[in-house]
Design a protein around this ligand. Structure first.
Ligand SMILES: *Cc1c(COP(=O)(O)O)cnc(C)c1O
Length: 463
């Protein structure tokens, strides 16, 4: 198994574990279906196509870099989650992975719900017509103004993250003459890593209220007493890019344990539990993600079993996938600007974007794949590092990958699986303009988030 760094893992590691890039793939032109959006393939002349559109044409029309998003793939993944969980459960798409008004409409049409975690995300959701009762509002420090807007809009739930917030939301709801549906986010002492998890007594992080030391039980006690709140359930989110279901098993066990304590102490059975998101996707051929129906089956079995043991009615489950829905649906299209071989090391391939459109490599030591997109090549594999144009040596897009040795300026390359946490985390570092998101479907392309312009930058700079 290859190393897959946990998001909290080492940054800017100089040394990779041995064997990490030992073997170039058998065929550099092949496209591993696991990491590419569903409609990606190559034309007879080798040009990468998506939804029947050639990337050479897309680059000409929309420029590079650009995020190219396969709408049919997005919809089919959303639908697969919806179908897998059925009508006894709710699927909330985590908007922070990537949110735009087009995405909100697709979610609405595919009958998914939506998680937001800021006033900006809430405004986007409401402006595109997502019914408020299908929106959940998250965050560890929602402002009073954000809470007021969420309560006024009538969001389906606010996920409470601290003792202060319990009082704050109750107060605001009451002052508006409302009773707000809420869940309490707890930390269950499970740290989920990519391929393993660690069950601990405590979790050292900013989110949620610890189950340990009776804090979560105390939060429930207070929430139940406040007229402005209707406590509907308990929330737990254990991590990101997770492949191993056993972390969810421990989390569900502990959440159900709390539900049982609540029943015993207060005589109330809370009707819902939310097990969060965090399901992994394939960034490289080494990753083996689970299908939504396997995840749904595993989670529902775990919860049912735990509830039977505790003699509780099985609560309604909700899940919050972000990355698993949008991540695989997009790739970033770049143009190669320079190719710099460093003897005995590797070849640095500079593209026209970088850490401003994909911060995950620098931030999380994340791994990506890359392919020559404007043609195929029979040249030898060349160990490469794809880097951006920023004034920063940590500006790496793909740390280690093989590209054909005849790669040259003007070639287009594509980095797959950039649908999640790339455009949504994009920055203006070096006053580089953020790329557009181009949605493609059935031979048609349309811009859903336009490219930033220098006027956009200058408009914010009021002199
Ligand atoms: C980030 C987050 C998610 C989504 O995580 P993914 O890894 O994108 O699935 C879901 N729920 C909560 C509370 C989160 O913070």
């Amino acid at each position: 198994m290859s190393r897959s760094a946990h998001p909290a893992g080492p940054r800017h590691a100089d040394v990779l574990p041995e064997g990490h890039y030992a073997a170039p793939p058998a065929d550099l032109n092949a496209l591993d279906a696991k990491v590419w959006a569903q409609t990606v393939t190559r034309d007879a002349d080798g040009v990468l196509t998506v939804a029947g559109l050639r990337v050479t044409d897309l680059a000409e029309q929309y420029g590079t870099p650009a995020y190219i998003l396969d709408e049919a793939d997005f919809r089919s993944r959303a639908r697969a989650w919806r179908t897998a969980f059925g009508t006894d459960a709710d699927v909330f798409y985590a908007g922070k992975a990537f949110l735009s008004r087009a995405v909100v409409r697709w979610l609405h049409e595919e009958a998914l719900n939506l998680d937001v975690c800021s006033g900006g995300e809430l405004a986007t959701a409401l402006s595109a017509g997502m019914p408020a009762d299908r929106i959940a509002f998250h965050g560890n420090n929602k402002s009073t103004e954000e809470i007021r807007r969420a309560v006024e809009a009538g969001v389906g739930r606010i996920v409470l993250d601290s003792f202060q917030e319990i009082v704050r939301v109750a107060h605001i709801a009451q002052s508006l003459g409302k009773r707000q549906r809420v869940q309490i986010r707890i930390t269950v002492g499970v740290e989920a890593h990519t391929h393993e998890f660690i069950a601990t007594a405590h979790e050292d992080q900013k989110f949620g209220i610890p189950l340990a030391g009776g804090q979560a039980a105390e939060a429930v006690r207070r929430a139940l007493q406040l007229d402005g709140l209707e406590l509907i359930g308990i929330h737990s989110h254990i991590g990101s890019q997770i492949f191993d279901m056993s972390g969810f098993e421990v989390a569900a066990h502990r959440v159900v344990g709390l539900l049982k304590d609540i029943r015993d102490e207060h005589g109330v059975e809370l009707p819902e539990i939310d097990l969060g998101g965090g399901l992994g996707i394939a960034y490289t051929s080494d990753d083996d993600p689970r299908e939504p129906h396997e995840i749904a089956k595993a989670l529902s079995e775990i919860v049912t079993r735990e509830c039977e043991a505790a003699r509780l009615a099985t609560p309604r489950i909700s899940v919050e996938p972000g990355r698993a829905i949008v991540g695989p649906t997009a790739f970033t299209l770049y143009e190669v600007g320079t190719v710099k071989p460093l003897d005995g090391l590797r070849t640095y391939v500079s593209v026209d974007g970088g850490m401003s459109d994909n911060i995950r490599t620098a931030l999380y030591d994340a791994e990506y794949s890359v392919a020559l997109a404007s043609r195929t090549s029979d040249a030898e594999p060349m160990l490469s590092r794809v880097v951006g144009k920023h004034c920063e040596s940590g500006d790496i897009v793909v740390r280690d990958a093989f590209l054909p040795a005849d790669l040259a300026p003007g070639d287009l390359i594509a980095v797959p699986a950039t649908g999640a946490y790339c455009r949504s985390m994009a920055s203006n570092y070096n006053h580089v303009l953020r790329p557009p998101v181009v949605a493609v479907k059935d031979g048609e392309a349309r811009v859903i988030v336009r490219r930033e312009t220098e006027e956009d930058l200058l408009r914010l700079d009021v002199g």
